[in-house]
Design a protein around this ligand. Structure first.
Ligand SMILES: [Zn+2]
Length: 257
């Protein structure tokens, strides 16, 4: 199966699971309903989680849909980098909740925790976007597919690391709370799981897609995307040292690897 078809299948499977969850909630409603609006109370969390996961993953995958000249990064790439940074910021924000929950006194209600975590998330989003854009600028030779593949893999590693880092915080929280259900560590693990679902597919499938597309990139000018013509070899097969230039924009073409 073609690499791009696998990515499409991933999205189809996820959308099907999302639809199944909605159908299950609707199906599990008592008839007649207790309250005409009660169904929405159950559906809203599913829309939130499903929208968060599928929405961010779609934004992350956006630039890999079609190959474009390497040096023309454009809006889809910036949106993808912003989405990647937002995913990281969500992890950081939830981790900050776990830290605050672990450190606060038992009598402390922790009403400052949500606004503090939102501030941490916002700052982390800005910092993350700057770092990702810097990474992209420093790797101009990477195709958009490789760029998103590397970022997804990096986020996946970070998620695994965070899931481990929550363990000691969880032990601290367990020691002092009776109501464990909404503990910061549990929320942070839930975020790790959601982010894991977002980036696992891209991290697993994009390297194959990127390798497939490498052939496309090899045949085209990095600057304008014009197809490069085969250079006639001389009778003895000697090709160099004449440099090859794009016949449309004149950019020097890197020799095919
Ligand atoms: Zn060109």
């Amino acid at each position: 199966m073609q690499a791009v078809a696998r990515v499409k299948w991933l999205l189809i499977v996820e959308l099907s699971l999302f639809a199944m969850a909605i159908v299950m909630v609707i199906g599990s409603q008592p008839t007649p309903p207790i309250h005409p609006n009660s169904i929405w109370k159950d559906l809203v969390p599913i829309f939130w989680v499903g929208g968060f996961v599928i929405g961010l993953q779609s934004l992350l995958l956006l630039p890999t849909w079609r190959p474009k000249p390497k040096k023309k990064r454009g809006v889809p790439v910036w949106i993808s980098l912003g989405a990647g940074a937002f995913i990281c910021a969500s992890l950081v924000g939830m981790f900050s909740i776990a830290v605050m929950d672990a450190l606060r006194e038992k009598a402390d209600q922790g009403t400052y925790m949500l606004p503090a975590a939102l501030t941490v998330t916002a700052i982390a989003w800005v910092v993350g976007t700057v770092l990702f854009v810097g990474f992209a600028a420093a790797h101009r030779d990477l195709s958009r597919e490789w760029l998103v593949a590397r970022i997804s893999k990096g986020i996946l590693k970070g998620t695994a690391f965070e899931a481990l880092a929550i363990v000691p915080l969880d032990i601290m929280i367990r020691k002092k709370t009776d109501c464990y259900c909404a503990a910061g560590s549990v929320l942070a693990w839930a975020m790790c799981f959601a982010v894991g679902v977002i980036v696992f597919g891209p991290a697993a499938l994009l390297p194959a897609l990127a390798r497939d597309r490498d052939a496309w990139y090899r045949q085209r000018c990095d600057a304008c995307g014009e197809k490069r013509e085969a250079v006639d070899a001389t009778a003895d097969g000697y090709r160099g040292p004449t440099e090859e230039r794009c016949r449309k924009c004149g950019t020097r073409l890197t020799p095919p690897a």
